[in-house]
Design a protein around this ligand. Structure first.
Ligand code: CYC
Length: 169
């Protein structure tokens, strides 16, 4: 598992280089956004259950067939599995926001996920939609808490939606 700093150092160490202008610029951006990223983690921690619940009800409102007979989130067990998955995405997004790096998502969340989803018939597009709704909710909450620039939230959620939607398996 890597964060923005360890990732950068690893890259430079491989080629035996000192931290050049580009490295300094990306370190500067990492530390400049530190307060916003920590605030995002705080907002997610304080509202996690609410975010998952709201995102799920919005998702099922948009795509009611998911929870009808024959839908993948139909039955209490599968409904609960769906909400649990959304909770995973949210929790790991908060780690990646703080780390300033999406590596934790690749290692802990996305590896083998599409294969699992395909074998269980978990539909990809609605899952992606669920992740997007959570991203919007987190950004709204963060803005409401007084953080003007909420762009630090984007990369982890966008990375998950991109990776989950990739087709070739
Ligand atoms: C921390 C990393 C991690 C992830 C990401 C993870 C996902 C994950 N989701 C699963 C199932 C599932 N995932 C869903 C999710 C959904 N169905 C829908 O229609 C919606 C679109 C969506 C919710 C948004 C459902 C319904 C199942 C159960 C499918 C089944 O057993 O038939 C399974 C199969 C095993 C199980 O049921 O627990 C895994 C491994 N597990 C992990 O350890």
């Amino acid at each position: 598992m890597r964060d923005a700093v360890t990732n950068l150092i690893k890259t430079y160490d491989i080629t035996g280089r000192y931290l050049d202008r580009n490295a300094i610029d990306s370190l500067k951006s990492y530390f400049d956004t530190g307060t916003a990223r920590i605030a995002a983690a705080g907002v997610i921690n304080a509202n996690a259950a609410l975010i998952v619940k709201k995102a799920a009800s919005q998702l099922f409102e948009e795509l009611p067939e998911l929870i009808r007979a024959g839908g993948n989130a139909y039955t209490t067990r599968r409904y609960a599995a769906c909400l649990r998955d959304m909770d995973y995405y949210l929790r790991y997004a908060s780690y990646a926001i703080v780390a300033g790096d999406t590596n934790v998502l690749d290692e802990r969340v996305l590896q083998g996920l599409r294969e699992t989803y395909n074998s269980l018939g978990v539909p990809i597009a609605p899952t992606v939609r669920g992740v997007q709704i959570m991203k919007d909710l987190v950004k709204d909450l963060l803005a409401t808490s007084g953080v003007a620039d909420t762009s630090c939230v984007d990369a982890p959620f966008d990375h998950m939606t991109r990776e989950i939607s990739e087709r070739d398996i």
